[in-house]
Design a protein around this ligand. Structure first.
Ligand SMILES: NC(=O)c1ccc[n+]([C@@H]2O[C@H](COP(=O)([O-])OP(=O)(O)OC[C@H]3O[C@@H](n4cnc5c(N)ncnc54)[C@H](OP(=O)(O)O)[C@@H]3O)[C@@H](O)[C@H]2O)c1
Length: 254
């Protein structure tokens, strides 16, 4: 299937590694031109080298509105329009209610909710210039089912879904599709770190895998290809939707 992405312009945030990198890689493999961002120059350089000449990078911290404005200005200067935006950021710290400070709540809201608000607002004029454009919000299985010890992620990502579902009526009319992707366990450095932080690493990994009916974690490559389909014009009638990519881990009926 041709996803009709050749020479289309995309922005993938938080993409020097992990899920964002998987999405950027799949887009580039389909012939798209992709700008990635992150906070660490060396990691971005390495990512760009691996992605090749269709990729470029901008150093930007998506938890800062000023960085997002500069990032979008840069994309406008180089591309002139955007055909798609993958909204991603780092994860908030783990913790339970009584161990989470107001400062952690506020900084995590900036990281995982306000980044989505600012990116949506700033990128909108560029997305409107495309014939078929789309925003894909990266959230988590936690919007369907809270995960242990991840209070901030469980709480804040649900607000992104609320925003996405609400703006789908406004944005559908101006030709911008919006959807959300909800990963379960995709094996990235973040997941490896969460495992390393436990007392019994082998047992922790086994425990995760036992909760996944398909019997393994996903890979950033397969995750990236699914996101690329959703971002492409081929998925033109998928709008306001949430898609779980979790190997069957979510067991609710709806
Ligand atoms: N992997 C999973 O199974 C899974 C499941 C559900 C949800 N998630 C969520 O998906 C997101 C990505 O996870 P991942 O597993 O891909 O993590 P990862 O392997 O740690 O990669 C995170 C990427 O985001 C960048 N980043 C972090 N904070 C940033 C910021 N403030 N501004 C710009 N870039 C930033 C990092 O680069 P720098 O550090 O250099 O900025 C890196 O490129 C996280 O929010 C995570 O909680 C992951």
């Amino acid at each position: 299937m041709d996803l009709e992405l050749k020479d289309k312009f995309f922005l993938v945030t938080a993409a020097s590694r992990g899920l964002g990198f998987g999405v950027a890689k799949a887009l580039v493999e389909e012939g798209a031109k992709v700008t990635i961002c992150g906070r660490t120059k060396e990691d971005l350089e390495a990512a760009q080298n691996s992605l090749g000449e269709r990729a470029r990078y901008v150093i930007a911290d998506v938890s800062k509105e000023a960085d997002i404005k500069k990032l979008i200005d840069d994309v406008e200067n180089v591309y002139g329009r955007l055909d798609g935006l993958y909204v991603n950021a780092g994860g908030p710290p783990p913790g339970t209610f009584n161990k989470t400070s107001d400062e952690e709540w506020r900084s995590s809201i900036d990281l995982n909710l306000m980044s989505a608000v600012w990116l949506t607002r700033e990128a909108q004029p560029l997305l409107k210039k495309s014939e078929h454009s789309s925003i894909l919000y990266s959230t988590s299985i936690s919007v369907k089912q809270p995960l242990d010890n991840l209070l901030l992620s469980n709480s804040i990502r649900a607000a992104v879904i609320g925003m996405m579902r609400t703006i789908s009526t406004e944005f559908g009319l101006i030709g911008i599709r919006v959807n959300a992707i909800c990963p379960g366990y995709i094996y990235t450095e973040r997941v490896e770190q969460l495992i390393q932080d436990t007392d019994d690493k082998t047992a922790a990994k086994q425990e995760i895998i036992e909760r996944i009916p398909i019997g393994r974690m996903g890979t950033p490559d397969e995750f990236g290809r699914i996101c690329t389909f959703l971002l492409s014009p081929i998925a033109g009638y998928i709008h306001g939707a949430l898609l779980l990519v979790d190997g069957g881990m979510y067991q609710g009926m709806m």
